[in-house]
Ligand binder design. Structure first.
Ligand code: ZN
Length: 341
């Protein structure tokens, strides 16, 4: 393993992380995640990127500058393999294609969300607003809806290739595209078995617990899918973790174990908190603490309050599907959860 230099992971420039692989952090319009990593794979017939960053001049020029450091330009990027359809992973790929003819590859199961993202008449979080109303916190949606900065529909054009699971040849390297639904329904990770690398996208992140089901075409139990996908990756031989946000680290297994433990503890805590009472997901979210600082829900930003409430709903829905809680919509279409007294 090539050790990363001692510096903040989001500092601009290309960092060598494995033979023939560089990590390039690119800026985001929303600074809460600091940056998004693009991985550059060098091959004889050009460069392949894993994830692209977000459309916009700041990230395109940061990518161009980092590629220049490696003796390349944006025009040398032949293909972009995108882990999932979120704006910070997909949309710069589309912009590169418009200028340089780069081929864009995206998981087939992202198609429904891509179609909804391209619908300019629809708020990018419309699905989450409907869900947050069901959680008993409709007022949060009204407040968040005001700060939308939508991208034009042209940012959400179709990829050239809809990816399925299976092997991809990238230069001399073989990558396995593995479906890991949960963070989004069509999320893929790319595994280089011989090189001992997992390009994990947002499936496994080193510092934060990835959100689940934050996508226009939502599924009914994203947390169940996510935990299943964590176990799937855990069952493979261990490799280095190359995440979309944060530094490269030596073990996928170690981080997956942390994430599985986190969700197990959260499911247990949430099951205890609804004991006997009719509660909404928002009620339960106010009884939990959030982030490493153990903040109360009302100390978080509005957007993070929404994420926290949706996260709680995802856990409650898994518990209900396991038969550990009862659930029903009330007359106002707010969902209640309870256990037998
Ligand atoms: Zn994402």
């Amino acid at each position: 393993m090539i050790a990363e230099p001692e510096r903040p992971w989001d500092e601009p420039g290309a960092v060598a992380v494995a033979p023939g692989v560089h990590r390039i952090p690119l800026p985001l319009h929303d600074e809460s995640l600091h940056a998004v990593n693009v991985y550059v794979l060098e091959g004889e017939d050009g460069l392949t990127l894993i994830d692209s960053g977000e459309a916009g001049t700041a990230s395109a020029s940061a990518l161009a500058a980092a590629l220049r450091q490696l003796g390349h330009g944006l025009e040398d990027v032949r293909d972009v393999l995108v882990t999932h359809v979120h704006r910070d992973h997909y949309t710069l790929a589309v912009a590169l294609r418009q200028e340089f003819g780069t081929a864009v590859h995206l998981g087939r199961s992202e198609e429904a969300s891509l179609r909804l993202s391209a619908d300019a008449t629809r708020h990018s979080l419309a699905t989450q607003f409907a869900m947050i109303a069901e959680c008993g916190a409709a007022d949060l949606a009204v407040e968040i809806a005001r700060d939308d900065e939508p991208l034009p529909a042209s940012a959400w054009e179709d990829p050239d290739v809809w990816l399925d699971e299976g092997q991809l040849k990238v230069g001399a390297r073989l990558l396995d595209a593995i479906a890991t639904p949960g963070h989004t329904r069509g999320h893929l990770v790319f595994r280089d078995e011989a090189g001992g690398l997992l390009f994990a996208g947002d499936h496994v992140l080193p510092h934060i617990t990835p959100s689940v089901g934050l996508e226009p075409a939502s599924v009914s139990l994203p947390l169940r899918d996510y935990i299943h996908s964590l176990r799937l990756v855990r069952a493979l031989p261990d490799t280095q973790l190359l995440p979309a946000h944060g530094q490269v680290s030596p073990s996928v297994h170690d981080r997956v174990d942390d994430l599985l433990r986190h969700h197990e503890a959260r499911l247990e805590a949430i099951a205890r908190l609804v004991h006997g009472e009719h509660s909404t997901a928002h009620d339960v979210a106010t009884r939990l603490t959030w982030t490493r600082r153990k903040s109360n829900l009302d100390q978080l930003s509005r957007f993070n309050r929404m994420l926290a409430t949706l996260e709680t709903k995802a856990h409650l829905d898994v518990l209900a599907a396991q038969g550990l809680l009862h659930t029903q919509l009330d007359h106002d279409r707010v969902r209640l959860y309870w256990t037998e007294p």
